[in-house]
Each structure stands twice: as structure tokens, then as C-alpha cells.
Design a protein around this ligand. Structure first.
Ligand SMILES: [Zn+2]
Length: 244
């Protein structure tokens, strides 16, 4: 989207979750706000969009707001109200005519805030990639938390590919910690059954074991964890769970 070459008043036809700017489109709700956030346009406007997303995007993970606003915030929101006119119209594309809401915006700010607001209501939103931190377009129902740009330090693999791999590896590491715990649990539970361990002894072991397991899982959360450190965490967990 060429923000610099947009001329105002801007006519935008919205139908459901898609829209046209003049004859161009269809775009999906949220695409313009995302592209603006990802670009290097007016910093003040980008900040305002981020604030808007924080305030009203609470329904969309990961932007959680509790919905309460102070008197001051309410007043400042009133002062910064978004202005546009809206009517009904028909938008024709080859072979089809859509009934549309026709918005007329006098500034880029008004357009982007309305576009973002409608996107949030629909379930779309700009998101920040958990790997590279850049903004990408999140479409309703989309579950990914990574963008599909080439990841930092990579030549071809995207954040999505690198991120998915990292999540997968993390899951395997967690499973290994759980395996060590379950194996030890079986061993001590058998002792309890055979009567070589009392109920109190078993209970005390089980409490310690759960704490050790959770500690190991927390240690495995660390980013860029080395193979050596991982092996050390598993060795220690195994030792601590089998001490008695
Ligand atoms: Zn990314």
C-alpha cells in the first residue's frame, strides 16, 4: 500500500472483512495498519496505532487490556476522536457487485484508526513476530506467532520455520524431563506398594520430585540453551529424583 501517494479525501468501500481503496483491492481489514506499523512512516502515528491496539485489542492475544480507563484517558480519547463520513454504496468488480459501507476519510490517521478498529472487531490484527519483533498481519484464526520474513542470522529460513523448529525442540526437551520424573515416580511408588517406603516418606519424596521437575522445566525455558547445559539439567534431575 502506497501511503505517500494516497490523496485525501479518500474513498474506501468496506464489505464484510474486505475493502477497496478507490478501485484498488480487495484488501483484508488490518492490512493497512499492519503495513504502516511495519514501515518507517510518521513515528507519532505509529505510536498512536500501537496504543490503540493495546487499549482495544484486548480480545486478541497477545494484547491484553482489562478494559478499564481512567478519567484522563477517557478525556484524551474523546479529544482524539476519529472523524469520517460513512454512507452506503455499490462496489462493482468484474462479474460481481457488492453492497458496501462507503467511508470518506480526510486524513491518513482517520483511515488507519478506523481500519484497525474494524480489524480488531473482526478478529484480524497487526502482531509482532516473537522471533524478530517486526509487525506482520495476523488473520482471524491464524495461530502462528512468527512472521514469514527471513529470520535474523539466516539466509533463507523464515521466522516461522525457525520458530516452529524451536517450539518442536522445546517440546522434546520438556518431554525428556517428564520422562525422567515419571520413571522415578514409578520406582518409588513400587516401593510404597511393597511397604519398603512409608506413606510419609513417599509423600515427602513426591513433593520434592515435583519441585525438582518444575525447576528443570523452568531452566529448559532459557533461550539459546546449549547442548551441554541441557545434558547437565537432565543429569541433575535424574540424580536428585533418585537420591533416596
Ligand atoms: Zn519475524
Amino acid at each position: 500500500m502506497e501511503f505517500d501517494s494516497m490523496t485525501f479525501p479518500l474513498s474506501v468501500d468496506v464489505s464484510g472483512s474486505q475493502y477497496w481503496i478507490g478501485d484498488e483491492g480487495p484488501y483484508k481489514l488490518g492490512m493497512a495498519a499492519t503495513e504502516f506499523l511495519a514501515g518507517d512512516g510518521d513515528a507519532e502515528l505509529r505510536e498512536e496505532l500501537e496504543g490503540f491496539l493495546r487499549s482495544f485489542g484486548g480480545v486478541l492475544d497477545p494484547f491484553v487490556a482489562d478494559g478499564k480507563a481512567s478519567e484522563g484517558e477517557l478525556r484524551s480519547l474523546q479529544e482524539r476522536a476519529i472523524r469520517c463520513t460513512v454512507g452506503c454504496g455499490y462496489h462493482a468488480v468484474p462479474g460481481k457487485i457488492y453492497l458496501v459501507e462507503r467511508y470518506t476519510f480526510t486524513s491518513l490517521r482517520d483511515f488507519l484508526l478506523v481500519e484497525l478498529g474494524k480489524a480488531i472487531l473482526h478478529g484480524n490484527a497487526p502482531r509482532q513476530c516473537r522471533l524478530c519483533g517486526r509487525w506482520y498481519f495476523h488473520e482471524k484464526g491464524d495461530r502462528t506467532i512468527y512472521c514469514d520474513r527471513v529470520a535474523p542470522g539466516e539466509t533463507a529460513r523464515t521466522c516461522r520455520e525457525v520458530g516452529a523448529r524451536a517450539v518442536f525442540e522445546k517440546k522434546i526437551q520438556d518431554e525428556d524431563a517428564w520422562k525422567i520424573y515419571k520413571r522415578a515416580y514409578k520406582k518409588y511408588y513400587a516401593r510404597l506398594m511393597k511397604g519398603t517406603m512409608t506413606q510419609e516418606e513417599f509423600k515427602s519424596w513426591a513433593d520434592d520430585a515435583a519441585a525438582e521437575r518444575d525447576k528443570a522445566l523452568r531452566q529448559l525455558q532459557r533461550e539459546n540453551i546449549s547442548e551441554a547445559l541441557m545434558a547437565e539439567i537432565f543429569r541433575e534431575l535424574r540424580e536428585r529424583l533418585n537420591r533416596k
